[in-house]
Design a protein around this ligand. Sequence first.
Ligand code: HEC
Length: 408
Amino acid sequence: MKKSTWTKNSFAGLTRALLAVVLSAAVALPVSAGPREQAAQIHNRIAGVPASTDPVNNVLQRMEDAINGTEPSCATYGVTGATCAAYIAMDNVSFYNVTLKNFAAPWTNRDQSVFVPLNDYVATVIGMVRDDIPFNTLLSADLTYVGRPGVVPAAPAANSNDHYAQLESNNVNLRDDLVSAPQSSVQGIPSSATAGVMTSRAASEAFFVAGTNRAMFRFTLMNHMCNDMEQMHDPALSPDRIRQDVSRSPGGDSRLFLNNCIGCHTGMDPLAAAYAYYNWNETTMSLEYTAGIVQPKYFNNDLNFPQGFRTQDDQWENYWRRGQNSYLGFDPGLPGEGNGAKSMGEELGNSQAFASCQVRKVFRSICLRDPEDINDRNAVDAITTTFRQSGYRMRQVFADVAVHCMGQ
Ligand code: HEC
């Protein structure tokens, strides 16, 4: 009895093992995807839902035809082949309401959570992608996106997110019902004080609240240059603009300052000076801009090291153009210094690191993984070059990445 049970079980086990071998071999073999499978993959990744096969729209068929070079509507997109298939997929409203919302939402809060209500930062990203607005202006433009007038009851406001919460809860079609507006008109700050999504209401609330405004810099660096401060550590730069709050002998140990604190603060403090006139006002629940008057938070703990740098105005300077961080590739055509967040946002937005970071984020969103091998890295480099050379259009990036990951 025992023996026969053993035999029976082992036979079943052997069968399962064989089956597993056969299946894993099938999975491991390069599965060749034809144009229809590629079209389906592109659509799933871009829109997050399967392509429609209903006879009226027949999106899947049009995409397959695009890949085969026989889809007439490709002429209207100005692209051909699989790229055209990706543009067809981007017509799906879910690309805007779901894919792009989830793409941008983590950039708008400290926890990097995707589960936040729609806000002006996310809407601006969605609108800029849809309208092919040069994305290198993301951190500098006087631009926001709002719902078409009347589409929800609450008007866009500097002191409330209700407008966007209603766009979301009413499931408003963001592909069709978002319109652009000057951010200055909604935020109630001068146009010259706007700096793209950095001065959006959502970013202000998350990163200009309390603290010393260094958080706005750190999160912008993480979200749009794909680096955290730790990776920028360069103790060789001049410490002359490190603020007074950074102790030069933390815990009585000046070596700690020289080896550790200095590495981040040498580069960050002169850049974060650009935000000297901004604060998130927790009473009015809105962004406050005090032209010409440095916010008191820049003088927090100024007795820690009174000889340290005392912020006089919003003049910033980019020390990372020198030394080990120069690989970020700042634009040699820009001066590397200036006044205020707008010009600092141009400095970041026109760097090589900014462009390749956008491509890597799209890669993760569409390929559902990080770039892995040389093939992926070459693709990221080529897509970044196209992005920079043809007007920083994000839809082109989504299309190029989707084609790279459509299977072959
Ligand atoms: C890895 C980079 C890094 C290093 C190293 C570093 N800092 Fe900072 N520091 C930051 C960032 C980023 C912030 C802004 C944090 C925030 O507000 O979210 C900050 C903020 C501060 C602040 C303001 C705190 C506040 O209340 O907002 C002080 C003071 C400070 N650092 C001192 C130091 C000292 C002293 C050292 C060395 C012991 C040090 N830092 C090392 C990156 C760094």
